[in-house]
Design a protein around this ligand. Structure first.
Ligand code: ADP
Ligand code: ADP
Length: 224
């Protein structure tokens, strides 16, 4: 049985249809890459799966619960407690140090400050960020900043990590290193991963790939 699924999901922004009957299933522990051209609906699909957007019609389920039927408060609690996020740009709070950024999801979940920072610090050696916990985002390279963002996405031990173009602002070698760390760390934690990317070399780190075209999901084999 799948942990996360979308069934015949539609969503339009005004008169622009973004999803037109999207179906997707993600198994527990899977690493799934969502590929597809710009504007095809990848981000919108990820936002529906993550309970950020509510579809106009269709069903989104997580662990047997209907996200599409939940109110904003319930979805927001679910996101905080079960999901982690990594995005492409501008995600670190510039006023905070790297380790304070990583500690944020724990603080939001009610963990006390000292314990949250202690847990956050454990991620730095794991991600090759030794000695960088006290830096602010302006003092980090793009690849370092994305690894800090990855630590922040995983620190609260989410069931699902959602990553939207996590390597999109990096050169290809750095991007592949970040993706490899993302997949390795998520597997070590047993975290399910849904990653949107338009880069085949990044998608290659996933267990499976789907392609979104014109708001519908195609399996890779059937996508041509
Ligand atoms: P992708 O992630 O594949 O690039 P998106 O899901 O971002 O595609 O967008 C799908 C379609 O919906 C595009 O036509 C895009 O312009 C439109 N769209 C996405 N978000 C919005 C929004 N907030 N307001 C209006 N149109 C949007
Ligand atoms: P991505 O690279 O993830 O597809 P986009 O550049 O398409 O990102 O979109 C970035 C953000 O802008 C998303 O949150 C998306 O919902 C929003 N967006 C995309 N297209 C439009 C649009 N035509 N009008 C308004 N917002 C949009």
């Amino acid at each position: 049985m799948s942990l996360l699924s979308a069934e015949d999901v539609t969503l339009s922004f005004g008169s622009t249809p973004a999803l037109r009957g999207a179906d997707l299933e993600v198994g527990e522990g899977d690493v799934l890459a969502i590929m597809g051209p710009s504007g095809s609906g990848k981000s919108t699909l990820l936002h529906c799966l993550a309970g950020i957007l509510v579809p106009d019609s269709g069903v989104v389920s997580f662990a047997g619960r209907r996200l599409d039927a939940m109110g904003e408060n319930e979805r927001s609690a679910l996101r905080r407690d079960q999901f982690g996020f990594v995005f492409q740009f501008g995600q670190l709070v510039p006023e905070l140090t790297a380790e304070e950024n990583v500690a944020l999801p724990l603080l939001l979940g009610g963990v006390r400050r000292a314990a949250a920072v202690r847990e956050a610090r454990e991620w730095f050696p794991r991600l090759g960020l030794d000695g960088l916990g006290g830096r602010r985002s302006g003092e980090l390279s793009g690849g370092q900043a994305q690894r800090v963002a990855l630590a922040r996405g995983l620190v609260a031990k989410p069931r699902v990590l959602f990553a939207d173009e996590p390597t999109g602002s990096l050169d290809s070698l750095t991007g592949e290193q970040v993706m490899e760390l993302l997949v390795t760390s998520a597997r070590a934690e047993g975290t399910t991963v849904v990653v949107v990317t338009h880069e085949p070399r990044v998608a290659a780190y996933a267990d499976s790939e789907v392609v979104v075209r014109d708001g519908r999901v195609h399996s890779l084999a059937a996508s041509t």
